[in-house]
Ligand binder design. Structure first.
Ligand code: SAH
Ligand code: SF4
Length: 387
């Protein structure tokens, strides 16, 4: 069985090439061909020896995702439905803005966490995505947006400047594959993105927030959605396992701790040796979906101020994106504005996320892909899943 080179970060690619008698610099060349140039045909990799190309033809593939469908929204947002086999699809969304382009990447087929307001959670969980399937979304989007992955032919600028792990799934419950994919995103021979421009969004898997800080610190977004445990238990059920006090403590650690300098004697708990990387950001972004009458009242905003006192943070208020039978409604713009103002008046940086791509169901929480649900539920929700 040939290996899929999209599964490998640079050290793994180096090991693979060593196993067929090749030197480490070949791994850097190959990484560049595969990711930087988006090349999948070994015959085109002209600076590799002919014998190596022939060997790779037999032993390896660059197995990117297959496209099931694509759509473009009126605002230029693009969405690709990619085939991950067994009748399952995952969705990847590209959001162009002035001066930046953000790719929203999925980490799982479905999601097990069942947040009350999320279409992905309603579908149940099927499986984790492999490294190739995660990084394959960036690989695919780069090719789809212009073959030379990194730049707009007219301006020479990068097309995809930011990646957010905010598509389908909970990235921190697919930890190892997500971290390997993140390393490929950051690698200079591959995509060369800075840690500040790659964001992992989590609903609050506390132990893995700490592991992320140790193993691959990138910008962190936390789906807060409620200012107290009683409400958060209802909206984000994982809160019953790791309640707010634990979550906020992990957030503080994330922004405070700077990974260890190589050779210093602070040992990271997992024994990883670090070069001094610097915390990628000195704040956590709290995402807060605005649900009419549920978490959007003035007292909720005031409760959030206490949280903002504890954790260096910014707030991003997300207008709720409806889906069939969700049982929730979007807060009125005036309510959102007042909520934002309460936070701003107390000096807390607070933005309201512009809804993008909702006419193609590409907005936050609307990504449903196609999922053959393998979870058994006590209670089966009535949901319309788009085929
Ligand atoms: N599982 C991760 C990342 C994916 S969800 C997480 O929960 O953080 C990305 C963001 O979209 C999260 O903040 C999530 O809570 C939010 N979201 C989910 N459903 C939504 C909806 N219907 N409308 C608006 N935002 C939603
Ligand atoms: Fe999963 Fe995130 Fe949706 Fe919650 S909001 S169900 S964690 S994808």
């Amino acid at each position: 069985m040939p290996v899929n080179l999209l599964d490998f970060d640079l050290p793994q690619l180096t090991d693979f090439l060593a196993s067929i008698g090749e030197k480490p610099f070949r791994a850097r060349q190959l990484m560049r061909w595969v990711h930087h140039f988006g090349e999948s045909d070994f015959a085109c990799m002209t600076d590799l020896a002919k014998s190596l190309r022939a060997r790779l033809e037999h032993e390896a593939v660059v197995g990117g995702p297959k496209l099931l469908s694509e759509s473009t929204a009126a605002d230029g947002t693009r969405k690709w439905l990619l085939d991950v086999g067994a009748g399952n699809g995952i969705e990847t969304v590209f959001i162009p803005e002035t001066g930046r382009g953000t790719l929203c990447v999925s980490s799982q087929v479905g999601c097990a966490l069942e947040c009350a307001f999320c279409a992905t959670g309603r579908q149940g969980f099927n499986r984790n995505l492999s490294v190739a399937e995660i990084i394959g979304q960036l690989w695919w989007a780069n090719r789809a947006l212009g073959r030379d992955a990194h730049s707009d032919p007219a301006t020479g600028d990068r097309i995809i400047t930011n990646v957010v792990m905010m598509g389908m799934g909970e990235p921190l419950t697919n930890f190892d594959n997500v971290v390997t994919a993140l390393r490929i995103m950051l690698n200079d021979y591959a995509y060369g993105l800075s840690r500040r421009r790659v964001t992992v969004s989590t609903s609050g898997i506390v132990p893995n927030i700490d592991r992320l800080r140790e193993e691959c610190p990138v910008a962190l977004a936390v789906s807060l959605h409620a200012p107290n445990d009683a409400l958060r238990d209802r909206l984000v059920p994982i809160n019953r396992k790791w309640p707010l006090a634990q979550l906020l403590a992990a957030c503080r650690r994330y922004v405070e701790a700077i990974p260890y300098e190589d050779g210093q004697d602070q040992a990271s708990p997992s024994g990883v040796k670090w070069k001094r990387l610097g915390a990628p950001r000195d704040f956590v972004t709290f995402e807060y979906v605005m649900l009419a009458g549920v978490n959007d009242q003035p007292q909720h905003a005031r409760e959030l101020l206490a949280i903002a006192d504890e954790v260096p943070c910014k707030f991003n208020l997300i207008p709720f994106n409806p889906f069939p039978h969700s049982g929730f409604e979007r807060s009125q713009p005036e309510i959102v504005r007042r909520f934002q103002q309460t936070l701003l008046d107390a000096g807390v940086v607070t933005t309201v996320r512009r809804t993008r791509g909702d006419d193609i169901d590409g907005a936050c929480g609307q990504l449903a892909g196609r999922v053959n649900d393998r979870t058994r539920r006590r209670e089966r929700h009535e949901v319309e899943v788009r085929a």
